[in-house]
Design a protein around this ligand. Structure first.
Ligand SMILES: NC(=O)c1ccc[n+]([C@@H]2O[C@H](COP(=O)([O-])OP(=O)(O)OC[C@H]3O[C@@H](n4cnc5c(N)ncnc54)[C@H](O)[C@@H]3O)[C@@H](O)[C@H]2O)c1
Ligand SMILES: [Zn+2]
Ligand SMILES: [Zn+2]
Length: 334
């Protein structure tokens, strides 16, 4: 089969054998649609220290179950599924508490430490935990982002402990930020302020009804006194913006993955009593997210702006990296 690997900070298409079941809890999925995540770019740029050189890239996808191990109870050949970007055993200290990103037997493995989905087939360990069945009224494309960026936006909003009535600032109106805004609304926040330097993305956030106000810091003053801040930009100064615009005792949720160290100026922050929450998504709500798409409570239709056949995935990477042609997300069709 054809697969896209990252070798010494460069991507290349190679020929690989179709993956086989290695443990009885594995499934092999025939990839139908995959996407490219900004985190894939971080791997190529060498800023994911635990990523393995030569791995097949990709962790955002949907497909059809091709083969299951003897220990897989809930899935069979032919099932339409979305796949969690995280592999988790469900039994360790962290899994039992829902912290699946830190599963001692998994975490972010696919497309990082084991072969991922930018291939014709992919092996998914702990398939009963990592797969979510798709109802007939949810298309592959609608479910494409459930296991990664939609989970990440939902997680960012969840970290804010929204009780209703808050004003939430979301920094970054990229795919992850847009998902976070939509989920913050879903949790009952009163007002969402979207912050980005890309005016087209800001306008989209407003048009979709996810943002009540939009702020381009190159043109407008930043807001202040935010009840919660979700940082989904990962820009040069966006961590600084996040804590500065937060009101005292706010929660600042850091969903972005930084390529550089950030400064935590504790003397300046003293007395502001902020709570920072950081890290990789605990993608534990995939079933719920599929239901919310199925019953029309969450919308993912706006995310796919471009489609490429899998053979042309290297062109897709170029477009995605340069954010050309107002690209948000790409559906790579197999
Ligand atoms: N925590 C997780 O588990 C998780 C999961 C998926 C993605 N991510 C990360 O989330 C981040 C966002 O992903 P994305 O796909 O939406 O990325 P993206 O690059 O498409 O979006 C980032 C947005 O931030 C904006 N931005 C950049 N610098 C800015 C600045 N100085 N001020 C205001 N806005 C600025 C950009 O214009 C862009 O629209 C990435 O770092 C990605 O790696 C994290
Ligand atoms: Zn990702
Ligand atoms: Zn575990």
């Amino acid at each position: 089969m054809k697969a896209l690997i990252c070798n010494d900070n460069k991507i290349e298409m190679v020929e690989k054998p179709i993956p086989e079941i290695q443990s009885d809890k594995d499934a092999v999925i025939k990839v139908k649609v995959s996407s490219i995540c900004t985190s894939d770019l971080h791997i190529i740029n060498g800023s994911v220290p635990f990523a393995k050189n030569g791995v097949v890239l990709g962790h955002e996808f949907v497909g059809e179950v091709f083969e299951v191990g003897n220990g897989v109870k809930n899935f069979k050949k032919g099932d339409r599924v979305s796949v969690n970007c995280e592999t988790f055993c469900g039994e360790c200290f962290f899994c039992k508490r829902g912290f699946v990103n830190n599963c001692v037997n998994g975490g972010w493995m696919l497309g990082c430490r084991i072969d991922g989905c930018q291939a014709e087939y992919v092996r998914v360990p702990y398939a009963d935990n990592g797969l979510t069945k798709l109802p007939d009224n949810v298309s592959y494309e609608q479910a494409l982002f459930v296991g990664d960026i939609l989970s990440s936006g939902y997680w960012g909003a969840e970290l804010c402990e929204i009780k209703g009535g808050e004003t939430v600032a979301v920094i970054g109106a990229g795919p992850v930020g847009l998902c976070a805004m939509q989920c913050a609304k879903f949790f009952g926040t009163e007002k969402v302020i979207a912050i980005d330097i890309n005016s087209q993305r800001l306008e989209l956030a407003q048009k979709l009804g996810f943002a009540d106000e939009i702020v381009n810091p190159q043109i407008n003053n930043l807001p202040d006194n935010m009840d919660c801040v979700i940082e989904c930009a990962g820009g040069e100064n966006t961590f600084e913006t996040a804590w500065k615009i937060a009101r005292p005792n706010a929660i600042v949720a850091l969903v972005a993955m930084y390529e550089k160290n950030q400064i935590l100026p504790l003397p300046q922050m003293y007395g502001k009593n902020l709570t920072f929450k950081t890290g990789g998504v605990d993608a534990v709500h995939c079933k719920k997210l599929v239901e919310l798409i199925s019953n029309g409570n969450l919308n993912t239709d706006f995310l796919i702006t471009h489609k490429f056949p899998f053979e042309n995935i290297t062109d897709a990477y170029k477009l995605f990296e340069n954010k050309s042609d107002n690209c948000l997300k790409i559906a790579v069709i197999s």
